[in-house]
Ligand binder design. Structure first.
Ligand code: ADP
Ligand code: MG
Length: 406
C-alpha cells in the first residue's frame, strides 16, 4: 500500500440530492456524532456495524448489520453510500480499500494501516521529524524473544505495548528492567510489541488537523488532556500549560504529518510535553477523537462537521474556538451507587443541566458498564477558570474525584 500525497481538484458531493448519503464503518459514539453533523447539513447516513441498536445506528437512516470485513455487507454499504469513512480505528484497512475508487473513501486504507501499527507509525513520525523536528519516544520492535535480549539498555525503564489493537492504555505494561520486560513479553501471547523508553511527561496534549483532497488543511487549538486509568478523563482548551512556542511547533508538526500522509479527513495527533519542555509525538488516530469533542460546543466548526466537509469534498470550516472549554468524559462507573455496588441508577442529569455552560452528550448505550464511555459533558464559559469550576461541580454531583488542578 502506498501513500498518495497528490492533491486533486474537489468534486463536491452536495447535500440534499438522491446520492447524498455518507457511509461509516463502525457504529459507536463517534459515528453517532458524525451522523448528527451530516444530517444537520442535509446528508443521509448509512452505518456498517455488527451490533444491533449501536449508538450510530440509532440515528442513521440505514444500518447494515454485518462484520467490518463482510464482503456482502461492504457491498450493500457501497450501494447505499456515495462516500465512505471510518469512525473506528481498528476497522480492517482492507475494508476501506474495498471502496477505493476516485475519492470514494477517506481516510485511505494506507493512512489507517499506518495508524493501526505502532511501529509503522513511529517510523513514519521519525521520517517526518527529520523535517519538523518533533520525534517519537526512542523505541525498539519486539517480535521474538531475541529482540528482548537485544533491546538497548537505555530504553529501560520503558513501556511494552502491543503493536496493534491497543487503546485506552490496554495492551501496555510498564517495565523497570530486562527481567520485567521478559515477563511482560511472555504475557503478550506472541503478539508483536514495541518497547518505548519511559519519558518524563510534564503533561499531554493533542492536536486535531483536517485536510481536503485539494490539500487545504486546517489545525485546531491545542487540547490538554488528563487520563485516569489509561482513559481520557478531561480535556481543557486552550491548554493552560502550553507556551506559544510549543503551540506553534506542535501545530506545525501536525500539519506536516497530515500533508506527508496525504491524508483526507480529520486526524488527531497526541503529543507529550516533557519536563524539560521538549515536545515528542506519541500516536495518531485516523478519525475524530475524544479530545476533540469540545469542538461541538466551543468551535465554529465541530470535528464531526469537519469530517463531513472533508469527505463530501466541501470547503473546510472555520476552526476558531469561541469559548474556553473543559470536557469531562462520563464513564459507566457513575451509574453505580458506589465502587463495590452492582446497583445502577440514572445520574442526576437535572443537576448537571443546572450548571451554566454545561452541554451534556449521552451516546445512547443501553448498558452502563464500568470504564465504558457513556457520554461527555463540555463546559463552556468566559474563562478557563470558570469552565474548570463548572467541571469540578459536575464531578461532585456525579461522585467522581475532581481533577487535582481545580
Ligand atoms: P493508547 O492507544 O492506549 O492511548 P498511548 O500510547 O497513548 O496508548 O499510551 C497511553 C498513555 O500512556 C499515554 O497517554 C501516556 O500517559 C502514557 N505513555 C505512553 N507512552 C509513554 C512513554 N513513552 N513515556 C511516558 N508515558 C507514556
Ligand atoms: Mg493515546
Amino acid at each position: 500500500m502506498t501513500i498518495d500525497k497528490q492533491v486533486y481538484p474537489r468534486r463536491p458531493l452536495l447535500p440534499n440530492t438522491a446520492h447524498s448519503c455518507l457511509g461509516i464503518l463502525g457504529g459507536g459514539q463517534l459515528g453517532r456524532m458524525f451522523a448528527h453533523a451530516a444530517q444537520a447539513i442535509g446528508y443521509k447516513v448509512a452505518v456498517l456495524e455488527p451490533e444491533a441498536g449501536c449508538p450510530a445506528a440509532q440515528v442513521a437512516e440505514h444500518h447494515v448489520q454485518a462484520q467490518y470485513d463482510d464482503v456482502a455487507g461492504l457491498s450493500v454499504l457501497h450501494t447505499l453510500a456515495t462516500r465512505v469513512t471510518t469512525e473506528f480505528e481498528n476497522v480492517p484497512a482492507d475494508s476501506l480499500n474495498y471502496f477505493t475508487c476516485d475519492g470514494f473513501v477517506a481516510p485511505s486504507g494506507a493512512c489507517v494501516s499506518i495508524a493501526q501499527d505502532r511501529l509503522a507509525e513511529k517510523h513514519f513520525f521519525t521520517r517526518c521529524a527529520l523535517k519538523n523536528g518533533v520525534y517519537p519516544a526512542p523505541h525498539w520492535g519486539i517480535a521474538i524473544h531475541d529482540d528482548v535480549v537485544s533491546a538497548p539498555e537505555d530504553l529501560l525503564p520503558g513501556i511494552l505495548k502491543t503493536v496493534r489493537m491497543g487503546y485506552d492504555g490496554k495492551g501496555q505494561v510498564r517495565v523497570r528492567n530486562r527481567a520485567e520486560l521478559e515477563l511482560a513479553f511472555a504475557g503478550m501471547n506472541g503478539q508483536h510489541c514495541i518497547l518505548e523508553k519511559m519519558l518524563p511527561l510534564a503533561y499531554e496534549v493533542s492536536v486535531l488537523v483536517a485536510r481536503g483532497v485539494d490539500g487545504e488543511a486546517v489545525v485546531y487549538p491545542i487540547a490538554e488532556n488528563v487520563h485516569r486509568d489509561g482513559i481520557l478523563f478531561t480535556t481543557l482548551v486552550p491548554s493552560p500549560n502550553i507556551s506559544p512556542e510549543i503551540t506553534e511547533k506542535a501545530q506545525a508538526a501536525a500539519l506536516d504529518i497530515i500533508a506527508e500522509l496525504g491524508y483526507v479527513g480529520v486526524l488527531c495527533i497526541e503529543f507529550f510535553i516533557l519536563e524539560d519542555g521538549t515536545l515528542a509525538v506519541n500516536e495518531m488516530a485516523p478519525r475524530p477523537h475524544n479530545s476533540g469533542h469540545y469542538t461541538i460546543d466551543a468551535c465554529i466548526t465541530s470535528q464531526f462537521e469537519q469530517q463531513v466537509r472533508a469527505l463530501a469534498q466541501l470547503p473546510l470550516g472555520d476552526v476558531r474556538q469561541h469559548s474556553p472549554a473543559a470536557m469531562l468524559n462520563i464513564l459507566g462507573d457513575v451509574w453505580f451507587e458506589n465502587e463495590t455496588s452492582d446497583q445502577v441508577r440514572e445520574p442526576a442529569w437535572d443537576q448537571i443541566m443546572a450548571i451554566p455552560g454545561a452541554h451534556l452528550h449521552l451516546y445512547g448505550k443501553a448498558e452502563a458498564r464500568r470504564a465504558r464511555k457513556m457520554g461527555h459533558i463540555t463546559f463552556v464559559a468566559s474563562s478557563m477558570q470558570e469552565a474548570q469550576s463548572a467541571l469540578a461541580k459536575a464531578c461532585t454531583i456525579l461522585g467522581i474525584a475532581a481533577p487535582e488542578n481545580v
